[in-house]
Design a protein around this ligand. Structure first.
Ligand code: FE2
Length: 195
């Protein structure tokens, strides 16, 4: 059930998005992990250039790994590392694995406390998901760029398949709200409409 649309696939090819010199972090014996990379470390410079031509300046990427059935029962929203009071709006996600894992989104409760520190220099607001109202869910496809909303509570409900998420974060358009970035993408024919 969708109450609000919190994801869109984009008309951005991503076959050659990753830098051939980049290696996935070693996750032997790990159930989860978060890493961050500068754009030129993880992405193919040609891809970063092509995407920049469309007006999207990719500054960095967060990489998330979750092992099979690694569920936290919490949802969080993303906050800029360097500006702790600025909530992030969106990520451009590339997925490997996790084709039985749903990303889920929830209504934002009233916030009356400070964020808590997370991995890779990130900070988060966290809530138990059983206290939240779900508004959208989606299994993010492999080999697509999916724009996801990260300024409201969200999480991944893991299944049996391990899942990598490479979440590109943009510099120039980060000051838009979700409705604005959606419209920005739509005007440039970058957005694939959904039901
Ligand atoms: Fe997040």
């Amino acid at each position: 059930m969708t109450l609000e649309k919190c994801w869109y696939e984009l008309n951005i090819p991503c076959e050659n998005a990753l830098n051939p010199n980049w290696k996935f972090p070693d996750v032997a014996g790990k159930e989860f992990g978060v890493w961050d990379y500068k754009a030129h470390q993880i992405f193919n410079p040609r891809w970063v250039y092509d995407v920049a031509q469309k007006g999207l300046i990719i500054a960095e990427a967060l990489v998330f790994y979750r092992g099979p059935n690694h569920n936290t029962d919490n949802a969080h929203l993303d906050i800029h590392r360097s500006h702790p009071v600025k909530i992030s709006t969106f990520g451009l996600n590339l997925i490997i694995g996790g084709q039985d894992a749903n990303m889920t989104w929830y209504k934002t409760p009233r916030i009356n406390r400070k964020p808590t520190p997370g991995g890779a220099g990130t900070v988060y607001y966290n809530w138990p998901i059983d206290t939240l109202t779900e508004i959208d869910r989606h299994v993010l496809a492999e080999n697509k760029v999916t724009m996801v909303r990260v300024g409201i509570p969200h999480t991944i409900i893991m299944g049996d398949q391990p899942r990598w998420c490479i979440s590109a974060r943009c510099a120039t358009v980060e000051n838009m709200y979700w409705g604005q970035i959606t419209e920005w993408m739509r005007k440039r024919d970058l957005l694939v409409e959904r039901d």
